[in-house]
Design a protein around this ligand. Structure first.
Ligand code: FRU
Length: 542
């Protein structure tokens, strides 16, 4: 465990040293929570109201997401004993609508010298694993065992293991034959499995973080695995690679035109600083992932410059996303959520008695953009059931000033906005959300640089980490001089979707609870609100 944390700190230091030419790097303090441990109310300061959080304690990556028998399962990295990283175990939450979650508790616990690191889960419909008796459908979780050894010289530190459930996901048993895959590289983790119809086998993608590679393994029974190929290093390679996901999607909804998406996290060195995610588009032949250079304008080079990287999210807080498996065919959506945090300040965030949140579930699609193909994300439709107090404004001028929308009944702490804004003659325009006396989070568009941005420099409590105050930007072309924004704001987060979901910015914020104002602004000229729809969003915990 120590060497894992050590390696994380070292890689974080390496970026700081590289960027600032400095030597010496202090690890983040264990915790700087401004609140005392207390009763769980789901109304605590900064508690997200429509994003998943555990009642208490530390959470990181989503794990083992699958659908079975009318229920969506979400597991996540969890410390059962405290509000900082450690004792990693899988905690389970279950939902019937992907919006309201029932907390179930730890289902795969740390035991002895083995922590339970990230991974996936699938429904083994044909009992290929043989874990089930006649007529039973096993659910099989693939996770990384992270072993600590006292004084011994280990053959391996991280290895891939299985746990199975024979009661539809309620309880899991660790497989007695664990681990099922080992490697001499001490960093080898986050296995994610899919059934590959064409080659009639299970495919596992698993990260070799330090090598910046994703390894492919194949299996007929989930117990015995054969190494098939490696992908990488390519794209963003400054930080380590973690938590791969791999799935096939139709382009523009056309089932006859599909591509495979390789999704992998990088930490640090991502587009907004620290942790983030990149994706690759290509084909899979049952052995190897072959990059589609035409669809991505991507040259196969070992150290691609930043412009060549396809970033999943341009904000600071979307990491380790993995998708639900076994979504029924008649639904057909690929959906995921990501950890709304960043290893640069994850432990320092000012929340208690829990730490971290997951993003809202999002659909993931591939769409054509000019001659290329891009990933598009959108909040799932199920979230619309939370909408309340609809307000609308149209053709509203922003005349080089700040205009509060309070009089229009538009303000709040948890809400959704869909807006079409015309740049007019402005150089900079947009919205201020969670605005108060001396604070605001800016969601704006800078006409000169052509960037959509979210700026949390002055968003509230930003002092707990030097990495936190920041402005994140995504390149975005005006369309007929307008931009369309879909914005979700919660008690401690902002998610912005633009350009049909091909540009997304996710950022945590910690504003004062009284900062509820929503304002429009423009600079250097007039901008215009073509239309703006606003809804308050109800709490999923009531
Ligand atoms: C990513 C990660 C994974 C690992 C887990 C440990 O955030 O570092 O690679 O499995 O967290 O909690």
């Amino acid at each position: 465990m120590e060497s894992y944390i050590y390696r994380k700190v070292i890689t974080a230091c390496a970026t700081v040293i590289f960027a600032a030419g400095l030597w010496g790097c202090e690890p983040e303090p264990e915790t700087t929570s401004v609140q005392k441990e207390g009763e769980v109310t789901f109304k605590e300061r900064y508690r997200p109201q429509f994003h998943y959080t555990p009642p208490e304690h530390w959470m990181n990556d989503p794990n083992g997401m699958f659908y079975y028998d009318g229920k969506y399962y979400l597991h996540h990295q969890y410390n059962p004993f405290g509000n900082t990283w450690g004792h990693m175990s899988w905690y389970q939450a279950v939902s019937e609508d992907l919006v309201h979650w029932e907390h179930k508790g730890v289902v795969i616990p740390e035991e002895g010298n083995e922590m339970i690191f990230s991974g996936g889960a699938i429904v083994d419909h044909d009992n290929t694993s043989g874990f089930g008796d006649e007529g039973e459908t096993p659910i099989v979780a693939t996770y990384s065992s992270h072993y600590s050894y006292e004084g011994e010289d280990p053959d391996f530190e991280q290895a891939q293991s299985l746990a199975y459930s024979l009661d539809g996901g309620e309880t899991f048993t660790k497989y007695e034959g664990n681990p099922v895959i080992t490697d001499e590289d001490p960093d080898f983790r986050d296995p994610n499995v899919k059934w590959h119809e064409e080659s009639d086998q299970w495919i596992m993608v698993v990260a070799l973080p330090i090598q910046r590679k994703v390894a492919f393994y194949g299996s007929e029974n989930l117990r015995e695995w054969e190494h098939l190929s490696n992908f990488g290093p390519i794209g963003s390679t400054e930080g380590i690679w973690e938590c791969p996901d791999f799935f096939e999607l139709a382009v523009d909804g056309d089932p006859d035109n599909t591509r495979w998406v390789m999704h992998v996290d990088v930490s640090p060195g991502a587009v907004a600083g620290g942790s983030g995610s990149q994706y690759f588009i290509g084909d899979f032949d049952g052995t190897e992932f072959i990059l589609d250079e035409e669809a991505t304008s991507f040259e196969i080079v070992e150290d691609a410059v930043d412009e060549e990287v396809l970033w999943t999210d341009y904000g600071t807080d979307f990491y380790a996303a993995i998708s639900w498996s076994d979504i029924p065919e008649e639904d057909g959506r690929r959906m995921w959520l990501g950890w709304m945090s960043n290893w640069e300040y994850a432990t320092a965030k000012p929340t208690s008695p829990w730490k971290s949140a997951q993003s809202v579930p999002r659909t993931v699609d591939l769409i054509s953009v000019d001659d290329e193909i891009r990933m598009a994300q959108s909040p799932i439709e199920e979230l619309q059931q939370l909408r309340q107090d609809h307000q609308q404004i149209e053709n509203f001028e922003i005349n080089g000033e700040q205009i509060s929308l309070q009089d229009q009944g538009i303000s709040g702490k948890a809400f959704e906005i869909k807006a079409e804004l015309d740049a007019g003659s402005a150089e900079n325009f947009g919205l201020e959300v969670r605005a108060g006396d001396k604070q605001e989070t800016l969601i704006g568009y800078d006409v000169n640089s052509g960037n959509l941005y979210v700026d949390r420099t002055n968003s509230g409590d930003v002092g707990f980490s030097e990495h936190f105050p920041s402005r994140s930007e995504a390149p975005l072309d005006l369309n007929d001089n307008t931009i369309e924004l879909h914005i979700l704001v919660d008690w401690s987060s902002v998610e912005v979707f633009a350009a049909d979901g091909t540009k997304v910015l996710t950022k945590r914020i910690f504003p004062h609870p009284d900062s509820r104002d929503i304002r429009l602004f423009s600079e250097g000229g007039e901008a215009n609100v073509v239309a703006l729809d606003f809804w308050k969003l109800a709490s999923i915990w009531d």
